[in-house]
Design a protein around this ligand. Structure first.
Ligand code: PGA
Length: 252
């Protein structure tokens, strides 16, 4: 759906993480194609080796696709890395950057995440910039400070291109734990992120702010009803066609 000047596009993006196989993926995508279309823009971010298959399956349809990471470098001697240019070649519309599993497990700094977002934009991809606090940070009252710092690096690095990103707020303690932030907790952080974006650009109202962390069909409606929650980044539930389809519907 095309957003008007001051309204963000509603989006639901599946993050398959390191799951799937070629047969299961084919079934999942076939079911999803049957379940749609939705008003919200829907995409799946899949492991790199499946991009060719997924592009073939989804091309010409309403479901977009993307990857879960990209290199901050353009090309060259970076063994194991995948460039934004390569993702663009496979028709990706999105790439996740700064997912907490990469920040924590691969030592990705705020600046590296920002550099990845910049590289993605340079190749016509929409970076989905993930931010979020750990349980320790929340308990220490540092939530706002942490997400602000994470988003700041991206704002400073992208400058006037900032309206082209999507932001996903994913409290680390809610990811894969079955423990969702309450709609009020999520909205409070989204509101702060929106304020931060307003200070950086007059187009902040158009930037999609997604919530992620144990979103399921039974909590999606309430989460997506919050004024600053424009859809979701969905992990576990994106692997089940019926659940993912119901979550997509909840964003319509
Ligand atoms: P979850 O994951 O929905 O399984 O909690 C969300 C994410 O990590 O993107």
């Amino acid at each position: 759906m095309q957003a008007s000047a001051g309204t963000p596009v509603k989006r639901v993006i599946g993050n398959w993480k390191m799951n799937g196989d070629r047969v299961a993926n084919t079934d999942l995508l076939a079911e999803l194609k049957k379940a749609g279309p939705w008003v919200a823009e829907v995409a799946v971010c899949v492991p790199f080796p499946y991009l060719g298959d997924v592009a073939l399956s989804l091309q010409g349809g309403r479901i977009a696709w993307g990857a879960q990471d990209c290199s901050a470098h353009e090309s060259g001697a970076y063994t194991g890395e995948v460039s934004a240019a390569m993702l663009a070649e496979f028709g990706c519309r999105y790439v996740l950057v700064g997912h907490s599993e990469r920040r924590a497990g691969h030592g990705e700094s705020d600046q590296l995440v920002a550099d990845k977002a910049k590289r993605a934009l340079a190749h016509g991809l929409t970076p989905v910039v993930c931010v979020g606090e750990t349980l320790e940070q929340r308990d220490a009252g540092q939530t706002e400070e942490v997400v602000k710092r994470q988003l700041s690096a991206v704002i400073h690095t992208l400058g006037p291109c900032i309206p082209q990103i999507v932001v996903a707020y994913e409290p680390v303690w809610a990811i894969g734990t079955g423990r969702t932030a309450t709609p009020e907790q999520a909205q409070a952080v989204h509101q702060r992120l929106r304020q931060q974006l307003h200070a950086a650009t007059d187009k902040a109202a158009r930037i999609s702010l997604l919530y992620g962390g144990s979103v399921k069909p039974d909590n999606a409606v309430e989460l997506f009803a919050q004024p600053d929650i424009d859809g979701g980044l969905i992990g576990g539930a994106s692997l089940k066609a019926a659940d993912f389809a119901a979550i997509c519907r909840a964003a319509d």
